[in-house]
Design a protein. Structure first.
Length: 123
């Protein structure tokens, strides 16, 4: 049976959270918000979402943040999201980014449930 490598998935989540923290860093403390959520898509796929209320992504193509050496940060190397994408894709998943309604950005990744182990919503 196929299983995810928990440490690698944890690294992806940490990267997305750190990026969200950087995105809200310049906001007034009362306006700094990050929403982390999980959901089940038809019981076959799990989605993890990290949404910030920062300045958002480039309007001409939010997906370019996953390109090698592309960074919206002055000190960024542009490798964190590229590595995150590689990890998720190695687990047969997908990753995406979009500008969120009301400002900020939402990053998400989706991973398939293991065969014979559908994902169910908690009661």
């Amino acid at each position: 049976m196929w299983e995810a490598a928990p440490v690698q998935i944890q690294q992806v989540l940490i990267n997305l959270i750190r990026n969200a923290l950087d995105a809200v860093e310049t906001l007034a403390p009362a306006k700094r918000r990050i929403i982390i959520s999980t959901s089940s898509l038809k019981g076959e796929t799990a989605e993890v979402s990290v949404r910030d209320f920062g300045t958002g992504l480039p309007a001409d193509g939010p997906e370019k943040v996953f390109d090698h050496f592309f960074s919206t940060k002055a000190e960024g190397m542009g490798m964190g999201l590229t590595i995150a994408r590689s990890i998720v894709e190695a687990h047969a998943g997908t990753v995406g980014a979009e500008n969120a309604e009301g400002g900020g950005a939402r990053f998400f990744f989706r991973l398939p449930a293991a065969k014979g182990m559908p994902i169910s919503k908690a009661a």
